[in-house]
Design a protein around this ligand. Structure first.
Ligand code: 6PG
Length: 457
């Protein structure tokens, strides 16, 4: 079987080697000839160069492929995807050729492209997670759509993807461009989990005066049990690293955090769909806040540094709070996928989605086993709920910032304790006559229920 790959950056190069290793013959192209050379020399050093053909342009690529063609794109999201698609059309791709966009594209672009290219070729989308290592040895592959060409490439992708207990982490999760939506939410959860771990670290470091190495040891201990996850393991490793002069590596690193945009898209889509994912939104804003000191607004204001307070934490409670907060980040992400699937009629299969996250991806974690049985179990975690409440309170008392921890506790409390929405309903009707709905289901105005002689002005 022959496939083509356009884009030989870090992800492209590693995926290319993985594809060849699994037995595919690969025709590869990058506009930078050095990238092609580098892939060729890697393939040679691994004894796989006979199944690799580097081409110098897309015309040559299309000519070399036997129809119906299968072409993967791993180019930066945005205009470049359309540029390459247009060039491939000019080079002669045909109706039953499949082109799979494997980058971190916005799902909305995927929907537009499906229409735009519908009579020219089969345009399909697939989100890939796992970084360079994952791409090389087995990524998570969140594909979607029912294009004819999938049947040709699917059996191969099942082998190229990571596997968990014998099941492939490749799946077509739903219709249309839902694969990219699922990958976007994966990244939204990724942001929340990363920030939550950073908050646990800061609580232990500044709130209890532990060294990075001591925090690393706690994280490592957690990783040995149910809490084992890729992000916790790498954080433990990072915190244990020291320079030759015994300085913690993390102390050399600036606080400003960048972002490529998938977290922001997750927040935007959740707000547009009216689905609450406060932990995910808080993580995006936490990154924005790390950059605040450079903004125009911040330069006009001064924030005097405040002292912080030490607290005494029960490590078992901290662990329970962390577990529940992590589970709630997935729960919010899954609720968003479910809501979007309903709104767009994508028929996303959540169990297939979770299967793609079991191995290879950045948010893989042992407790996904429990989530896969049904998120309802989260409600039964009584001890963890008390710990989340208590730890959040203690964390806030330090005076430090815990955007994801506090948002998660607030989210959970909102769903599990009495609401105050009745007063907000009443306020809206009081000044704007927007109407209220009563417990009995009646839709009316405040004045239908009580006499209001004169309104407050
Ligand atoms: C993955 C990662 C990957 C990448 C993100 C980083 O699943 O392999 O999520 O997609 O690391 O683009 O995103 P930010 O630059 O926005 O943190």
């Amino acid at each position: 079987m022959q496939v083509a790959l356009v884009g030989l950056g870090v992800m492209g190069k590693n995926l290319a080697l993985n594809l060849i290793e699994k037995g595919l013959t690969l025709v590869a192209y990058d506009k930078n000839p050095d990238a092609g050379e580098e892939l060729l020399s890697c393939a040679k050093s691994q004894g796989m160069a006979d199944r690799l053909h580097i081409v110098s342009d897309l015309n040559d690529m299309v000519k070399r492929l036997t129809a119906p063609r299968s072409i993967l794109l791993l180019v930066p999201a945005g205009e470049l995807v359309d540029k390459v698609c247009t060039e491939l059309v000019e080079a002669g791709v045909e109706c039953d050729d499949i082109i799979v966009d494997c980058g971190n594209s916005n799902y909305k672009d995927g929907i537009t492209r499906k229409l735009k290219y519908q009579n020219k070729f089969e345009f399909a989308t697939m989100g890939i997670s796992g970084g360079a290592e994952g791409a090389r040895h087995g990524p998570a592959m969140m594909a979607s759509g029912s294009e004819g060409g999938w049947e040709r490439v699917e059996p191969w992708f099942e082998k190229v993807a990571a596997s968990y207990k014998g099941d492939s982490c490749f799946a077509r999760v739903g219709q249309s461009a839902s694969g990219h939506f699922v990958k976007m939410v994966h990244n939204g959860i990724e942001y929340a989990l990363m920030q939550l771990i950073a908050e646990m670290y800061q609580l232990l470091r500044l709130g209890t005066k532990r060294s990075p190495k001591e925090v690393a040891a706690i994280f490592e201990q957690w990783s040995e049990g149910d809490l084992n996850s890729y992000l916790l393991s790498i954080s433990s490793h990072i915190l244990s690293l020291e320079t030759d002069s015994d300085e913690s590596l993390v102390d050399l690193i600036d606080n400003k955090v960048g972002a490529k945009g998938t977290g922001l898209w997750t927040a935007q889509n959740a707000l547009e769909l009216g689905i609450a994912v406060p932990s995910l939104v808080a993580a995006v804003q936490a990154r924005h806040l790390t950059n605040t000191c450079d903004t125009h607004a911040a330069k006009e204001m001064t924030y005097a540094a405040k002292s912080t307070t030490e607290v005494e934490l029960d490590l078992e409670e901290l662990k329970e709070a962390f577990l529940l907060a992590s589970l709630l980040a997935y729960r919010q992400g899954l609720a968003l996928i479910k809501g979007a699937s309903r709104a767009h009629q994508w028929k996303v299969d959540l169990s297939k989605t979770l299967q793609t996250w079991r191995a290879g991806c950045i948010i893989r974690a042992d407790y996904l086993d429990n989530i896969a049985q049904g998120v309802e179990f989260i409600d039964t975690l009584g001890k963890e709920a008390i710990s989340l409440r208590k730890i959040t309170g203690q964390a806030m008392m330090t005076g430090l910032a815990f955007p994801v921890l506090s948002s998660t506790q607030t989210y959970f409390a909102t769903l599990t304790t009495p609401s105050n929405g009745h007063l907000v309903q009443a306020q809206r009707d009081y000044f704007g006559e927007h109407g209220i709905k009563t417990h009995s289901g009646e839709v009316c105005h405040l004045t239908d229920l009580v006499e209001i002689d004169a309104k407050v002005r």
